[in-house]
Design a protein around this ligand. Structure first.
Ligand SMILES: Cc1ncc(COP(=O)(O)O)c(C=O)c1O
Length: 378
């Protein structure tokens, strides 16, 4: 965390994380891996991981070995899969910490095995098949050689193949069906080579809730753990985990015709009151949202006036009379009429994922387990 903005914070509702995790667990017979990469989508990885594990997740997923080690340092002992590695990656610390590693290519598998040999341990690996996303994962033509190498390294105790996995392109439909077919073929090839990995995994949040055929032995929800509906056409009853709050730090009455913020993109059309809020794009509020964005003050929505600056923005509250110190809800669950993170994403032409992971280090995260605890913080 950087130096905090004293008049803004993000409340992270761990009870919402628990509710969402339980909802995923109830939707499948598979085990649940909660994706807590990018510091738990900006919510604080260790705290989110603890809440998700207490609510039914048994695995955690992260992008990098460094993220996995941060979880271990935070006291998390559950299985962790780390899935994106550089070409010169030193896997030693991750292997010693019992972190499972995704492997997409033979060179990578050799590097993991060499590291395991040096340390005298067996590396737990998940072989990744590219079933159409065309990011990492072995292509179908590379797959047979990858699984044969894995089998040979398993035979000498350097690796254990714990999983075979892939990642989906989109939420549903023909692409998913084609990916499932390619995935099943990849598993067959591995079995043909003598591998019997206990875990096959493919599903993200949307597929966990909407495509049972993708579940296999493990599902990997990410965004839904944080309460964003993964398929906007359905309301699965997920609860938003983050509420971004700030205080009004100044108000002023201005006449009609007053330009507001840089370049005067916004000009008041009547005498009005402006309220200043100490959050800006350095804190992750997207400038692109400014023309449409609203915030909630005292239960009423008001428009953002003019450009969002690096550290602050202005709200046109009309004849409302907020006072310095009054609370501004930038986004939250939406239950009290406040904007949601999905609203901000729509206003900015982006995804809720980008908004959540972009909330910057100046914004302190306050983790609360219950509403009562939250009220005592307010
Ligand atoms: C490899 C992998 N699996 C699962 C997920 C979870 O996807 P979603 O956030 O759509 O649930 C992600 C990304 O978040 C991912 O990168």
């Amino acid at each position: 965390m950087g130096t905090p903005t004293p008049h803004a914070h993000a409340v992270v509702h761990l009870d919402a994380v628990a509710h969402n995790t339980a909802l995923f667990a109830a939707a499948t017979d598979a085990a649940v891996l909660a994706v807590v990469k990018a510091d738990g989508f900006g919510h604080g990885a260790v705290r989110v991981a603890g809440a998700a594990l207490a609510a039914g997740a048994t695995w955690l997923g992260v992008t990098t070995c460094a993220e996995a080690l941060q979880l271990r340092a935070g006291g998390i002992t559950a299985p962790i899969l780390s899935w994106l590695h550089g070409p010169l990656e030193d896997f030693s610390a991750a292997l010693l910490a019992g972190v499972d590693l995704s492997v997409s290519a033979r060179e990578q598998l050799r590097a993991v095995a060499a590291c395991a040999a040096r340390l005298g341990v067996t590396a737990e690996v998940h072989l990744k098949a590219d079933t159409g996303l065309h990011r990492n994962g072995a292509r179908p033509e590379e797959w047979p050689e990858l699984v044969r190498l894995a089998r040979d390294l398993a035979a000498v105790g350097l690796v254990r193949v714990r999983g075979i996995w892939s990642h989906l392109v989109s939420t549903a439909g023909d692409t998913t069906r084609a990916q499932v077919r390619l995935f099943d073929e990849a598993v067959e090839v591995a079995r043909g080579a003598g591998l019997r990995p206990p875990l096959r995994h493919l599903a993200n949040s949307a597929a966990t809730l909407g495509a049972p055929r993708t579940h296999y032995e493990l599902v990997r929800p990410g965004i839904g753990i944080y309460g964003v509906e993964p398929d906007p056409r359905h309301d699965f009853g997920l609860r938003a985990a983050m509420t971004l709050r700030a205080q009004v730090i100044l108000t002023k009455r201005v006449p009609a015709g007053s330009g507001v913020s840089y370049e005067h993109d916004y000009v008041t059309d009547r005498e009005t009151t402006l309220a200043l809020v100490p959050l800006g794009y350095a804190d992750g509020l997207p400038r692109a949202a400014a023309r449409h964005a609203e915030v909630s003050i005292a239960g009423r929505r008001h428009p953002v006036a003019g450009r969002i600056a690096m550290d602050q923005f202005v709200v046109d509250v009309g004849d409302a009379t907020p006072r310095t110190g009054d609370e501004v809800v930038v986004f939250g669950p939406g239950a009290e009429g406040e904007p949601t993170v999905a609203d901000w994403a729509r206003w900015a032409g982006t995804l809720p994922h980008e908004i959540l992971t972009g909330i910057g280090p100046r914004v302190p995260r306050r983790h609360v387990a219950t509403l009562t605890e939250e009220l005592s913080l307010a």
